[in-house]
Design a protein around this ligand. Structure first.
Ligand SMILES: Nc1ncnc2c1ncn2[C@@H]1O[C@H](COP(=O)(O)OP(=O)(O)OP(=O)(O)O)[C@@H](O)[C@H]1O
Length: 337
């Protein structure tokens, strides 16, 4: 188990990671997300031992690192996977994976498992981005790290490739059975691939929980907005239900919210029907997404609500529509701002 207790990192007089606490089970994948500059890379560097920490402790198996007693990177046995692959261009796939490896049987295992057998003798320059990242992962796993750090491993790949490779990486990490901390900018990746998600804001963990809980029961408006489209609509919480201008839904109060509240609506919590001259709002803008369309609708009280519906529904900007809350699961309820 990896345990991080009160980890803080300062650059000069600026604290960029502030009392981070987390514990990862032996095969757990934790996705770390947050806006640019919130400290994600700094946390990875601190865990790898590449930068000094100011406070706190990191414990993993046989080693324990603190500000006073640092453990050098080479003694930590941490595997790292970067967005730029970091392969040796003059070596083949096989040689890259076997680099400084005593037991090459493990290299073969990961080359096979990651679908690279036919590319053993290829040089990195002849590989696609996805293949390169598989080689980098095979090399990391073949060295039997006790812990893996992934710094935006998919950010240099195109969307179609990303989708498959994220599942292949998850499968490989689970097969290896090592804890992994995976930094991403992609909210969808964070929610779909991780066992848990940590949302960072200004060097502090704002929430650390399962993807479902972070998405459906965000600890703050910041988390709600960061993990996807979020609209907040005024309502009244009465006996576990929130009554709003466009219908009512069961509510889960955040921070003891009560009485006059704001209800968090995700775009799929609401139905939209074109309404001629009637309706309860007007379309501000519409975005075609392929299978779906995302609409921003201004309700008659001025509140903006985003709604995602089938691509078959058409409504031009300026036209009247009828919105209705359709969800049956509880929605997060916040104190009125
Ligand atoms: N070597 C350094 N010296 C001083 N400040 C630094 C240094 N490296 C990073 N910082 C600052 O520390 C903060 C956290 O940076 P970090 O790179 O960890 O953020 P991040 O969340 O990884 O950002 P991004 O998503 O843009 O990669 C930022 O304000 C950054 O400017």
């Amino acid at each position: 188990m990896l345990s991080v207790h009160n980890l803080s990192v300062d650059y000069g007089s600026t604290r960029v990671v502030d009392k981070l606490n987390l514990a990862l089970a032996d095969d757990e994948i934790l996705m770390l997300v947050g806006p640019t500059g919130c400290g994600k890379t700094t946390i990875l560097q601190a865990l790898a031992g590449l930068i000094p920490i100011s406070e706190g402790e990191i414990t993993l198996g046989a080693w324990r690192a603190s500000a006073k007693k640092p453990v050098p990177p080479e003694k930590r046995n941490v595997g790292m996977v970067f967005q730029d692959f970091a392969l040796f261009p003059h070596l083949t796939v096989q040689q890259n994976v076997c680099f400084r490896l005593k037991d090459t049987a493990l290299a073969d295992h990961w080359i096979d498992l990651l679908g690279l057998s036919a590319l053993r003798h290829a040089k990195p320059a002849t590989l696609s981005g996805g293949q390169k990242q598989r080689v980098a992962l095979a090399r990391t796993l073949a060295h039997e790290p006790v812990f893996i750090l992934l710094d935006e491993p998919l950010s240099n790949l195109d969307a179609a490739l990303k989708d498959n490779l994220r599942w292949e990486i998850r499968h490989a990490l689970k097969t290896a059975g090592v804890p992994a901390l995976w930094v991403t900018h992609d909210q969808e990746e964070a929610l779909s691939v991780g066992d848990r998600v940590g949302i960072l804001n200004g060097g502090k963990l704002e929430q650390l929980d399962t993807p479902e809980t972070c998405f459906c029961e965000p600890a703050s408006r910041f988390v709600a907005r960061f993990l996807g489209e979020a609209s907040f609509i005024p309502g009244k919480l009465e006996q576990g239900r929130v009554v709003t201008a466009i219908g009512d839904a069961p509510g889960t109060p955040v921070d003891g919210a009560t009485g006059e509240v704001d209800l968090l609506l995700r775009p799929d919590d609401v139905a939209l029907t074109p309404a001629g001259a009637a309706g309860n709002g007007a379309v501000t803008w519409a975005r075609y997404e392929g299978g779906t369309r995302l609409f921003a609708v201004n309700l008659d009280d001025g509140t903006q609500v985003k709604v995602r519906v089938s691509h078959e529904v058409r409504a031009e900007p300026g036209s009247r529509v009828q919105l209705k809350v359709i969800t049956t699961h509880p929605l997060a309820v916040f104190n009125r701002e």
